[in-house]
Ligand binder design. Structure first.
Ligand SMILES: [Zn+2]
Length: 268
């Protein structure tokens, strides 16, 4: 494992295995929380995540709001995934174009996204180093904004964490993300920034919203993270064996059966 003395976090290596070994991030926290066996397999390079087109569509949508150079670079590097042989974009990217256009045509959404793009911050939190990459941060307004794409603004999902039906914001742990980002930015700047989500849907035509948060929501998330961090640090450092969830893609692909189960346990 590399040490902080030799490893310099940059936008080029932000998503690298070395960076993920060195730092916690919100997505890594979510991985460990869902299945620490998978999180460790990813960190050790024993499990390679399938390149999903959803991931590229996400990067494409984000790059559209970065500089024109960043967007052309992404188009160039992913030409075959984005364009068919006739030179038309694949359906997912046409949908993404409609979503991008929806935001660009809405002055309030564009106002909410004004700021420095893709800024990286690091901080020590709960006994471990963390890294965050902020979609858009506005130092004069003391706000930051994350762009999110979703199926629908009002679709409900059952959440075991909140023990109630929740929107996509809680279902994808975006409140937790905003709480951690807010804390890391606070440790870096000495000021508490207000988070916003600019959400745009994959519907035809797309819906949109600029979402703010009642600040009381954040302490629950910080407590939630703090409560499990000590164990998570021990698992990540190899002191404690990770736990298999037996549900995720990694567990399914490495599962070896040794016994039968009674049918009632299928829904456990
Ligand atoms: Zn698993």
């Amino acid at each position: 494992m590399v040490t902080s003395q030799t490893f310099q976090l940059t936008s080029g290596n932000y998503h690298s295995t070395e960076a993920n070994q060195q730092y916690f991030s919100v997505s890594q926290f979510k991985q460990f929380n869902q299945c620490s066996a998978k999180a460790m397999a990813l960190l050790k390079g024993e499990f390679i995540r399938k390149e999903s087109s959803a991931l590229l569509v996400g990067s494409y949508t984000h790059a559209a709001f970065d500089t024109p150079e960043e967007f052309s670079k992404l188009l160039e590097e992913n030409q075959e995934a984005i364009f068919n042989r006739k030179g038309d974009k694949y359906a997912d990217f046409k949908t993404a174009d409609a979503m991008i256009q929806t935001i660009q045509d809405d002055p309030f959404s564009m106002f909410a996204m004004e700021g420095d793009k893709e800024q990286i911050f690091t901080a020590e939190l709960f006994g471990a180093p963390w890294k965050i990459k902020v979609d858009s941060i506005n130092h004069s307004r003391k706000t930051f904004t994350d762009l999110k794409t979703t199926q629908s603004l009002s679709k409900r999902a059952w959440s075991t964490k909140y023990e109630m039906f929740v929107s996509f914001v809680e279902a994808w742990d975006y409140v937790l993300q905003m709480a951690i980002y807010r804390k890391v930015i606070e440790l870096n700047t000495g000021f508490t920034y207000n988070p916003y989500i600019v959400a745009v849907t994959k519907e035809d035509p797309p819906d949109k919203a600029v979402i703010h948060f009642d600040t009381e929501r954040f302490q629950f998330e910080i407590d939630f993270v703090e409560a499990v961090m000590e164990k998570m640090i021990s698992v990540k450092s190899g002191e404690i064996a990770p736990t298999r969830c037996e549900q995720c893609d990694y567990c399914r692909s490495t599962k070896k059966l040794s016994n039968s189960i009674e049918m009632g346990r299928l829904l456990d």
